[in-house]
Design a protein around this ligand. Structure first.
Ligand code: ADP
Length: 484
């Protein structure tokens, strides 16, 4: 088969609920295809509300024992899971490339990134500190303790099939919560392989379940069920808003990591070669399908032509192909709908006067492959200036001064990642503080790491993932007032 895994038991075609591998009650399945070839890789159960309810009940039953382990005991199990993820990096990477399409080197890189969250939160599990506060009266003592929220749920997207799961499951389990995960239907095999390894690491049954199937039915149950105390979602702003609305009646906590529309600003005083390198990394990683991918490139007048030329030269070197082949920089997009959106943004910009200087077409490989594309002299009114493209399209805009760059960069409902290149120290601080974004890359195009807080402002979401802040989203603060 196409799988060719060293450990064939990592390829699971059943859901994992309460420590058991199960089919849907209805017997129905969803097929999962390889976007590089269109070939069907296998199927997963098409589950709905009933199976989700069972996973939630199991998570509730598993909660007291998991919560009551010492932090060190939970930490050791997570550490073991981290080690198993790394030991199986080749298989997990291959599985991911097959179902998601990203180049193998990127897929293996994502496994290391995904595993790093489990390692990090295994360490943080032991550092959930409370507080003592000087009392407000002579005979009062005040303590603050932190406790796990309880049963939690995660709904995750297809662009990072492994890391978006561990970034949620890591802090949840470290804090003493249990979790039900609904992975994206395009990429469920990565989730199932990881939970197989969690089981081998000794994570008890019910603590972590994976339910595959209908997003609407599973999402409805996760949001409506009062036993679930928190939902963490990564995906589109549209679905995020809907989930938040569904969580409102039950006053359920939500963490949302939603869409972005990242600006990348190149000032006159930037190191242009470094800026090109950063823009390439941030724009074309995962074929442009990340929520922190550069969406709009703003270049100051004085260096616009020089930057455009260097950038175009770098784009000309990119190799499009099957992610399993050595040397591939850009794999296929996840599906035809994704390719259609890129085409729509290109056509709209060109109709408004932008010039196409690279790519612009579906790639000759066919399917959902798309050429890396560069547009110059893009007007601010173009769709690509407002909406997230989620594909390999780089539009270059021109600006005159700092104020104009900041105002254009902030002119969006989104506020996830932003980037700029400059060397003047005063400018670096002014611009960094003025950008209305949760994250700012300064003279770098790569910002993701488990040690730093990832998240957005405005319509890009609520909460932070990773870092010492990431675990707070899974903890409740309890205040103890003691008379003595
Ligand atoms: P994308 O456009 O990146 O696929 P989505 O927001 O559509 O992002 O999907 C992200 C995740 O949300 C996926 O796991 C998907 O199955 C799930 N999802 C989509 N629609 C709903 C919904 N109505 N309720 C719950 N989950 C949903």
């Amino acid at each position: 088969t196409a799988m060719q895994l060293k450990d064939t038991a990592l390829f699971r075609q059943q859901a994992y609920i309460d420590g058991a591998w199960l089919d849907a009650d209805s017997g129905q399945t969803i097929s999962v295809n390889n976007p590089a070839t269109g070939e069907i890789l296998g199927t997963v159960p098409k589950m709905g509300a009933a199976e989700t309810r069972r996973a939630i009940d199991a998570a509730e039953r598993a909660l007291p024992a998991w919560r009551d382990l010492t932090a060190k005991e939970r930490s050791q199990k997570l550490r073991r899971w981290f080690e198993l993820l790394m030991e199986n990096q080749d298989d997990l990477g291959r599985l991911m490339t097959l179902e998601q399409g990203k180049p193998l080197a990127e897929a293996k890189g994502e496994i290391a990134y995904a595993a790093s969250f489990i390692e990090w939160f295994a360490e943080e599990a032991k550092r959930i500190y409370g507080d003592t506060i000087p009392g407000h009266q002579k005979d009062k003592r005040i303590l603050v303790i932190k406790q796990p929220i309880g049963v939690t749920a995660a709904i995750t997207p297809w662009n990072f099939p492994a890391a978006m799961i561990t970034r949620k499951a890591g802090p949840a389990l470290a804090a003493g919560c249990t979790m039900v995960i609904k992975p994206a239907s395009q990429t469920p095999f990565s989730a199932l392989a990881m939970v197989e390894l969690a089981e081998r690491a000794g994570i008890p049954k019910g603590v972590l379940s994976v339910v595959t199937g209908s997003a609407g039915d599973i999402g409805n149950e996760l949001t409506a069920n009062p036993k679930v105390r928190k939902i963490s979602f990564t995906g589109s702003t549209e679905v995020g808003a809907k989930l938040m609305e569904q969580c409102a009646p039950g006053i359920k906590k939500v963490s949302l990591e939603l869409g972005g529309n990242a600006p990348f600003i190149v000032f006159d005083d930037a190191d242009l070669d470094e800026a090109v390198k950063g823009a390439m990394q941030s724009k074309y990683r995962n074929a442009g399908q990340t929520c922190v991918c550069v969406n709009r490139i703003y270049v100051q007048d004085g260096v616009y032509d020089a930057f455009a030329e260097k950038f175009q030269a770098a784009v000309a070197k990119l190799r499009v192909g099957n992610g399993l082949e050595e040397g591939t920089d850009i794999g296929p997009l996840i599906d035809d709908r994704a390719a259609a959106k890129v085409r729509e943004h290109i056509e709209d910009a060109v109709a408004q006067g932008a010039r196409l200087v690279a790519g612009g077409q579906a790639h000759q490989m066919g399917g959902s492959y798309f050429e890396p594309t560069v547009l110059v002299d893009v007007p601010d009114s173009a769709k690509v200036a407002k909406e997230e493209t989620f594909g390999p399209l780089a539009p270059l805009f021109r600006f005159k001064d700092e104020a104009e760059a900041i105002s254009k960069a902030n002119d969006t409902e989104f506020g996830l990642a932003s980037y700029f290149y400059a060397r003047d120290l005063g400018r670096v601080f002014r611009v960094a503080e003025a950008l209305e974004y949760g994250m700012v890359g300064i003279n770098t195009g790569l910002i993701s790491t488990e040690v730093a807080p990832f998240g957005g402002v405005k319509s890009s979401g609520l909460g932070r993932e990773g870092s010492k802040y990431g675990i707070e989203d899974y903890l409740e603060i309890k205040y103890l007032c003691m008379g003595i």
